[in-house]
Structures are given as C-alpha cells and as structure tokens.
Design a binder for this molecule. Structure first.
Ligand code: NAI
Length: 268
C-alpha cells in the first residue's frame, strides 16, 4: 500500500504569533487542526462545549493555548468566547469553524425539532461564531483566514443525512459568499470538505464500533475502491490541508472548497 499515513514533515513555525480560534477542538478533526496550527507557532484557542476536553487539549499544546467552553448554538456563550479572545489577545488571525454534530436521520425519522437542532449547531453555529469574531479578525495582523469545515455531504446528497447534509451545503455557499464580502478586507475565506474520517463522529449509533469497521464499509469503500485510496482518513490527513488554507501560501485562494476525501468525489 503506497497511501499510508507517513508522518508529516516537522512544522516550520510558519504561523508564529498568530492567534487561531478552533471550535470543536477538544477531539477529532478539530484537535488535529489545533495541534498542527500550534506546532506552526500559533496561539490556539481551543473552543468546545466539552470544557474538560478543551482544557486537556490546550494543556498539551503549550504556546499560550487557551481553552474556552463554548456552545456555538448559544448566542451568549459565543459572545463570551469573543470576549475571552479579546481579553487575552485583542485580535484573531485565524478562525476555524469546525464544531458540528451528526444526526443520521432520514426524512421519515426526522422531526422539525431534530432538524432545527442540527441547523442551529452545524449551520447557524458557524455563522454565529463568524459574526461574533469578525471584529477581532478584522483587527488581526498578517494572514487573516476563516476556514469552515464542511463535508462531502455538503457537495452531494446523502441517504439518512437530511439535516446534516442541508447544513453542510449551506456552509459551502456561506463560504463562497463570505469570501466575496471579505475580499476587500484582505481576509481569505475557504472551506475544507472531509470524506470519511476516523473520529468519534463515525461511531455507530449502537456503540458497536466505527462505521469504517463494518463489513459493508470494507466491501463498498475499500474492496471495490469507492474510496480510491482504500482507507478512511485520520485527523492528521485533514490537519495538513487545513494548515495550507490557513497559511500565507493560500493568499490567492479564496471562496474555494477543498475536498479531502481519499478520492471519493473523483469516482461514481
Ligand atoms: P467529533 O464529534 O469527533 O468532534 C466534534 C467536536 O465538536 C467535539 O469536540 C464536540 O464536543 C464539539 N461540539 C459539538 N457540538 C458543539 C457545540 N454546540 N458547541 C461547541 N462545540 C461543540 O467530530 P469530527 O469528526 O472531529 O468532526 C469535525 C468536523 O468535521 C465537523 O464539522 C464534521 O461535520 C466534519 N466532518 C467530519 C467527518 C468525519 O467523517 N468524521 C466527515 C466530514 C466532515
């Protein structure tokens, strides 16, 4: 297998001194992105509804990392996040809107209330955080970036994922339109759309393990190559492309959706 998970090159501290807020960074993809940004020299704000998890991650990052408990579905909580970032740093160069939940409900199983809950976190939550932190991003120095974590489910329809896919589709066009609005401010806005990534979100609802460990996943996605690279991704596979979109090298990239999915979207 030539597509393994070799360690990335050591970080070169290309984000030295920049302030990066990452929502949902207590675990999974957000934690991977937070670790990479910190390794590149950023002061990372680990923002998550899981206060204990956020504190643990921040303690492991060093470099002036700050843990803040936030519920991105709650306006007062998001305002408190912005106030905490302002009090500690007075600015923010990088905002990564990563926090989300999975519903996995079909149209018949879904109620309007369960739909609204997913929209409130996955769609409105990212927008709420962006609006609250935008004044601090505008005040930032070199390399101001907003990165939204979308999904391949925001690019295509998906069975049993009505609310989640709807929210992620909105994040895709929020990204494009925000990029246009903020271009004159020199703020670059992009989204990253992961494929199947091995995190807690991929746990089966009955707790019997990861979706990626099931026979049907192995058959369709691995054996028959529906994922051309024939493995589920890891948070580190997302952290590198996320770092690129947050780096100076992405200065002429805006309003784009980068699919990081092992090639799923290249096949049919
Ligand atoms: P995860 O479930 O492992 O982590 C999500 C984090 O968000 C957790 O730390 C959780 O506490 C936090 N969170 C949840 N609700 C919150 C709220 N209301 N306020 C603040 N924090 C909250 O999920 P994972 O897999 O790391 O997902 C990260 C992002 O990547 C999400 O936007 C997800 O939709 C996206 N994604 C994940 C894929 C996967 O296969 N794991 C595939 C495509 C996209």
């Amino acid at each position: 297998m030539t597509t393994g998970t070799q360690s990335p090159m050591p970080a070169a501290r290309r984000l030295e001194g920049r302030v990066a807020v990452v929502t949902g960074a207590a675990r999974g993809i957000g934690r991977g992105i937070a670790a990479r940004l910190a390794a590149e020299g950023a002061h990372v704000v680990v923002a998550d509804i899981d206060a204990a998890g956020a504190a643990q991650v921040a303690a492991g990052l060093g470099g002036g990392a700050l843990a803040v408990r936030v519920d991105i579905a709650d306006a007062a909580s998001v305002a408190a996040l912005a106030a905490a970032v302002e009090a500690r740093f007075g600015r923010c160069e990088i905002l990564v809107n990563n926090a989300a939940i999975l519903d996995a409900l079909s149209v018949d199983a879904m109620t309007f209330e369960t739909y609204r809950r997913v929209i409130d976190i996955n769609q409105d939550g990212a927008i709420r955080v962006t609006l609250a932190l935008l004044p601090l991003v505008r005040r930032g120095g070199q390399g101001r970036r907003i990165l939204n974590i979308a999904s391949i489910q925001g690019m295509r329809g998906a069975r049993d994922s009505l609310a989640y896919a709807t929210a992620k589709g909105a994040i895709v066009n929020f990204t494009r339109s925000l990029a246009c609005d903020l271009a004159d401010d020199g703020i670059v806005v992009n989204a990253l759309a992961p494929g199947f990534i091995d995190t807690d979100m991929a746990q089966l609802p009955d707790g019997s393990g990861h979706e990626h460990e099931t026979d049907w996943f192995r058959d369709i996605y691995l054996k028959y190559g529906r994922i051309p690279l024939r493995r589920a991704g890891l948070p580190d596979d997302i952290a590198g492309p996320a770092f690129f979109l947050c780096s100076d090298d992405a200065r002429y990239v805006t309003g784009q959706i980068l699919l990081v999915d092992g090639g799923v979207s290249a096949t049919f």
